[in-house]
Write a protein that binds this ligand. Structure first.
Ligand code: CTP
Length: 406
């Protein structure tokens, strides 16, 4: 992510989480943004202006009537120039003032003066967040197009646990990126993505699985979210953090993945099955740990359900995409799978090559569609591959005559 050339206003209000705004500022500057920090009077009781001034390399603004600066004029100029205004942390008081158009200090005046997209990141005590007055203010702001991030669940400054923590810096940056991202060509779409491996238990400590890292599926979920889609991510066990904003459904076995996919299928408009589903599972899963000192061990395996085939049998108008992990005859095998599973688009990748496919950050794929089209894509980062797959889905769907949409 880069914010080069972007002018951001960072508003900080009087919450104990104000110190985290320092880390946010550092990241914004590191990503290339020019940042003007606006502190409320109460914010300065938590963190002094010098810290923000030093890290942003700019004067910190707070007093609308400061005789040293032409602040009253400056706020109009700043409001017109910025690409986005982020308030983090935002107190319940700030939410109330913003919702009701009160402009009694520099930050709230800016909120009224700017035409730029606004992102508000609340942090407060859990009981305050749950209060109907706060909920109503959040709803008002959202109805006006203001982005309001949900606070995280966890330990709060009061020592109690609840929903009120400032979200992680990465989640704030991701939301900002989406706010600034101009492409919203998937808005109104509901994309169901599967990712990662499945784990088929042999006994309480052992399982069969594969090398899928979940990176390709997560990249697809992230790309779809950035382009405005609602995303459900059904994922087997991975070490990744799901992209903020996705409905995340963690699963273990192929059977659990099947259930989750079939549950979310009816509301989806696009289904992308990037998961590497185990094809077999141990026929018997032992309730106790198998002992290792046996002479030899013979296991009987049973096939897992083919989720993609079931999706195809039950689906309505959804556009369905599969992934084919191949080690040889990539295109021929992928075409056969495309036809036997009767899906719309197959993303074929050669998992025998190092640097692409399983566990790697890059991928190199061929897109085969059921109308005979074949597109070889160059090697690129998985997020770019994800965007190319989404581009192709939209292009094919636009060409599809209505009677072909089953
Ligand atoms: N898939 C599935 N359910 C399974 C196996 C695979 O839904 N039990 C889906 C995968 O998510 C992927 C596509 O089918 O989108 C192709 O997966 P792949 O493992 O390449 O193909 P298989 O059908 O398992 O064929 P093979 O392992 O014999 O190559």
């Amino acid at each position: 992510m880069t914010l080069k050339g972007k002018e951001i206003i960072l508003g900080v209000t009087g919450s104990i989480a104000a110190y985290k705004a320092v880390y946010l500022l550092r990241e914004l500057v590191r990503l290339g943004a020019g940042v003007s920090v606006v502190l409320t009077e109460h914010a300065q009781k938590f963190v002094g202006p010098l810290t923000f001034r030093t890290l942003s390399g700019r004067p910190v603004l707070s007093d609308l009537f400061d005789p040293q600066t032409d602040a009253a004029v400056e706020h109009v100029e700043l409001a017109a120039r910025c690409h986005a205004l982020v308030v983090a942390p935002a107190t319940a008081n700030l939410l109330a003032k913003a919702a009701h158009g009160i402009a009694d200090d520099f930050l709230t005046t800016l909120l009224l003066a700017t035409q730029a997209p606004v992102l508000v990141v609340p942090a407060m005590d859990g009981a305050m967040w749950d209060h109907p007055a706060v909920a109503a203010n959040v709803a008002t702001l959202r109805s006006r197009g203001v982005g309001v991030l949900e606070p995280d669940l966890g330990e709060l400054a009061s020592g109690l646990a609840g929903k009120g923590r400032l979200p992680e810096i990465d989640a704030i940056l991701e939301a900002l990126h989406r706010l600034l991202s101009p492409v919203r060509d998937l808005s109104g779409e509901r994309v169901l993505v599967t990712a990662g491996p499945t784990r088929e238990p042999l006994d309480p400590v052992r399982y069969f699985s594969n090398r899928s890292s979940g990176k390709m599926g997560n990249a697809l979920a992230l790309a779809a979210l950035r382009r405005g889609a609602e995303v459900v991510l059904v994922s087997g066990p991975t070490s990744l953090t799901p992209p903020p904003g996705a409905v995340f459904v963690p699963v273990g076995t192929a059977e659990e993945m099947r259930e989750a996919v079939l549950q979310h299928l009816p509301s989806a408009t696009i289904v992308i099955k990037a998961a590497a589903v185990a094809d077999y599972r141990p026929k018997e899963s032992n309730a106790v740990k198998l002992k290792s000192k046996q002479e030899g061990l013979t296991l009987t395996l049973a096939p897992t359900p083919d989720i993609l085939k079931e999706v195809e049998a039950r689906k309505g108008e959804q556009f369905v995409v599969g992934f084919a992990a191949e080690t040889h005859d990539v295109k021929r095998n992928a075409r056969e799978k495309l036809e036997s599973k009767r899906i719309d688009l197959m993303v074929a990748n050669d998992v025998s090559q190092s640097g692409i496919g399983f566990e790697a950050d890059d991928n190199q794929v061929t897109l085969l569609d059921r109308w005979g089209g074949v597109i070889d894509l160059p090697r690129m980062p998985k997020l770019q591959v994800a965007n190319a797959v989404l581009d192709r889905i939209l292009a094919l769907r636009a060409q599809m005559p209505a009677n072909v949409r089953r």
